[in-house]
Design a protein. Structure first.
Length: 82
């Protein structure tokens, strides 16, 4: 059952766009790569943050994040102050 969970495709949100990913734990870099390959207008050097009910958590390229169908992320240029 664990293997099936790791190989299933789920849709997460990056910059308000749907992104299909495989697996339940992904690195920040893998999330950005998946988003870029699915035409989300971001770059690999953008800062990724997970949107949570109590705010945002920064996700580094090497950080592993548990994802599910409700996961939402925002990627911004490192010089963007928004």
């Amino acid at each position: 059952m664990t293997e099936a969970k790791e190989n299933r495709t789920i849709t997460i949100e990056v910059n308000k766009k749907p992104v299909d990913v495989t697996g339940s734990r992904l690195s920040g870099l893998a999330i950005k790569q998946a988003a870029i390959s699915q035409e989300v207008n971001i770059e690999l050097d953008f800062q990724l943050a997970e949107i949570k009910p109590n705010g945002r958590d920064i996700v580094g390229d090497d950080d592993l994040v548990a994802v599910n169908k409700n996961s939402k992320f925002v990627a911004t240029a490192t010089d963007d102050n928004s």
